[in-house]
Write a protein that binds this ligand. Structure first.
Ligand SMILES: Cc1ncc(COP(=O)(O)O)c(C=O)c1O
Length: 389
């Protein structure tokens, strides 16, 4: 059965751009890891609003931060200093502990990557970027240019704004030819999200770092999906022990409130001049207040430890029914499926469990909230065991 068909109520589509296939769940409200639908069904959510709802739905700390900040000062331009903007940046820098101690607040993952790439081109004066096969970085002109397969599928612009080469994600030996002294930036997701929750091997990331150091190219980690605790560490960079020159974060950073961050090393930050980057909404007090609250919650509720424990539990218990293997890190996991992942996803949805698919037709993606526990996973495993391989 295909689930990417009709919406529950076609009336919903009257005025919306028809660019998203719809799951047949008419959402009413959410609490924790649960989505309540209008027809009374209650879904266990392993999809997390596409990796956004890291704290789950209605987290009290997140709600309180939004309310407090809305009452105090809902918005203020970057031209006026406001304490929460600086405080949230300091909190993010400390949380990451990667030596990336300058933050540019922005609104979305693609925008953060767009600015990271621009900085790399400006700093180096070079003409080329390198990305990885199966990588995904967003839908704007530069972010789309480094997204694998975009040109063929949806890019839309007449040409890319710069030259791009794609490296195989599992062949460190190919990097020497691809990354050279014309390369301004190398952009990678340490754990590819859309690419199938695929965790790059440590030697691959080490080789990327080394080749960037040899050639002077800037290494950008796109941690829009795998960052902000999802890997079981603050960022996947911490897990691998490799620091990039720039890092982008979004999605779980705001737990549903739009906010992203571009984090810069000292070497990059030193090059900044007024007007190099800009934004109206980025660094808004509401966005900064929720980012601060998200980090507070992750730290005070030991959510990274929970992600690691429950991730191991998934690995140990979910190899049932159509599941033949597990890849990924923390709560960005790819369950390899013997049947097309879409079919497994549809069968799970029948059993009131929501999961994601990916760019790999045989990988089912799990991106749950960091509060997910073993009992929730038991429900997933029981449901998977009932699906024919
Ligand atoms: C790794 C990665 N980078 C960038 C993006 C783009 O983020 P946004 O949709 O917020 O622009 C995504 C979105 O799925 C992503 O997964």
């Amino acid at each position: 059965m295909s689930i990417a068909g009709k919406a529950p109520d076609e009336a919903y589509h009257g005025h919306l751009a028809q660019v998203f296939a719809q799951y047949p769940i008419d959402v009413l409200h959410g609490e924790g890891v649960w989505i309540h639908a209008r027809d009374g069904r209650k879904y266990l959510d392993f999809y997390g609003g596409h990796a956004v709802a890291g704290l789950g739905y209605g987290h009290p700390r997140w709600l309180a931060a939004l309310e407090r900040q809305a009452r105090q000062m809902a918005f203020q331009t970057n031209a006026l200093p406001i304490a929460i903007r600086e405080r949230a940046a300091a909190k993010l820098v400390k949380f990451a502990s990667l030596g990336l101690d300058t933050v540019f607040w922005i609104n979305s993952g693609a925008e953060a990557n767009e600015n990271a790439l621009k900085m790399a081109f400006r700093m180096t004066g070079r003409t080329k970027a390198v990305a990885l096969e199966q990588g995904w970085h967003g839908r704007t002109a530069a972010a789309g240019a480094v997204t694998w397969g975009a040109l063929e599928k949806w890019y839309g612009f007449p040409r890319r704004p710069f030259d791009v080469s794609f490296a195989p994600r599992d062949r460190p030996e190919a990097l020497a030819d691809l990354i050279d002294r014309d390369t301004a930036a190398v952009i990678v997701e340490p754990v590819q999200g859309v690419g199938g929750a695929y965790d790059l091997a440590r030697p691959m990331l080490q080789a990327l770092r080394q080749r960037c150091d040899e050639t002077g190219a800037l290494l950008i980690f796109d941690e829009v999906q795998c960052g902000m605790g999802r890997s079981g560490a603050p960022f996947a960079a911490n897990h691998f022990g490799i620091a990039p020159d720039m890092l982008t974060a979004a999605k779980a950073l705001g737990n549903g409130f739009p906010v992203s961050a571009l984090m810069l090393s000292k070497r990059v930050a030193r090059e900044l001049k007024y007007d190099d980057m800009g934004t109206t909404f980025g660094g808004g007090p509401m966005a900064c207040a929720v980012a601060e609250a998200v980090i507070d919650a992750i730290e005070s509720e030991s959510l990274l430890a929970n992600v690691r424990t429950v991730s191991a539990y998934i690995r140990n218990n979910c190899l049932v029914g159509p599941i033949t293997g597990v890849q990924g890190l923390g709560f960005l996991l790819g369950l390899k499926t013997s049947r097309p992942a879409k079919e497994v996803q549809a069968a799970l949805m029948e059993k009131n469990i929501l999961t994601g698919t990916s760019g790999d037709a045989h990988v089912l993606r799990l991106l749950p909230a960091y509060i997910m526990n073993e009992r929730h996973v038991d429900q997933l495993c029981d449901a998977l065991a009932q699906i024919r391989p």
